[in-house]
Design a protein around this ligand. Sequence first.
Ligand SMILES: Nc1nc2c(ncn2[C@@H]2O[C@H](COP(=O)(O)OP(=O)(O)OP(=O)(O)O)[C@@H](O)[C@H]2O)c(=O)[nH]1
Ligand SMILES: [Mg+2]
Length: 282
Amino acid sequence: MAIQWYPGHMAKARREVSEALKQVDIIYEIVDARIPESSRNPLLDEIGQGKKRLIILNKADLADPAATRAWIDYYAAHQLPAIAIDAQHTKGINQIAQATRAELAEYVAKQKDRGVRQVLLRAMCIGIPNVGKSTILNRLAQRNIAQAGNTPGVTRAQQWIKTNADIMLLDTPGILWPKFEDPLVGTKLALTGAIKDTLFHPDDVALFALKQLSHQAQDELTKFYHVTPAELQLAGPDLLMQMTAHLGFRDDYERTSWAIINDVRKGRLGRFTWDEVPADGQ
Ligand SMILES: Nc1nc2c(ncn2[C@@H]2O[C@H](COP(=O)(O)OP(=O)(O)OP(=O)(O)O)[C@@H](O)[C@H]2O)c(=O)[nH]1
Ligand SMILES: [Mg+2]
């Protein structure tokens, strides 16, 4: 469930995340592999300062594999260890523990020097809504702890979940608000389902998607929307009109737009990444 963010909410979320962070050795920053940068909240750079961090690109099953590799390399080049997983289908989950141990190796060695026999590593998931925090928690716990769609603000005692012999995880993920001041970022968050469907106009989002789809998903557009090769050359709004006609939706472009958005969200048209790795390596 998407959350409406108001200044009060943001201040509270910030406070809660900051407090929780004090208790952990490493942050699992969960992002959507389809929009790795657009699904981050830069606030974490500030409140997570001095903490080890692992970026987890979730929903990798829906993202372009080559782009996912490029993003992982990009983050690595910026001293941010990153891994890609598909929590839904329990793929790549083991990498989380491996990467955690690698990141905290120095800390573990120090603790061992001090005579600690079994060093416990404490972690928590943080991310914007809908990136898969609860799903990851459940996979790591190997049982259902978090309900998908649980809302913040319901205060209950925080508990530690034993996910592994040496890794403990906070049972409540930290939720940060999506940042969509930049219209393009907002469009991408809408396309992937990170913000409420009432907060954007579907035509804008579908037109954005069509720009990439008309190059990268020509066969799928033909198969599902009966688009002809000539129509693939049309400008976005004209293409949307033709698709609407093919589908028999008369002049209900919004209906076509929703069909496109839902097909993209489900991965029915292929695997796409909507954020591009900066070319200049910045
Ligand atoms: N395809 C795919 N879907 C996923 C994956 N991980 C989670 N999902 C789906 O994404 C949706 C959101 O997952 P949640 O785990 O509820 O996400 P969340 O971050 O806890 O969301 P909030 O509690 O709203 O902040 C659900 O429908 C999940 O089934 C994944 O790796 N691949
Ligand atoms: Mg959740």
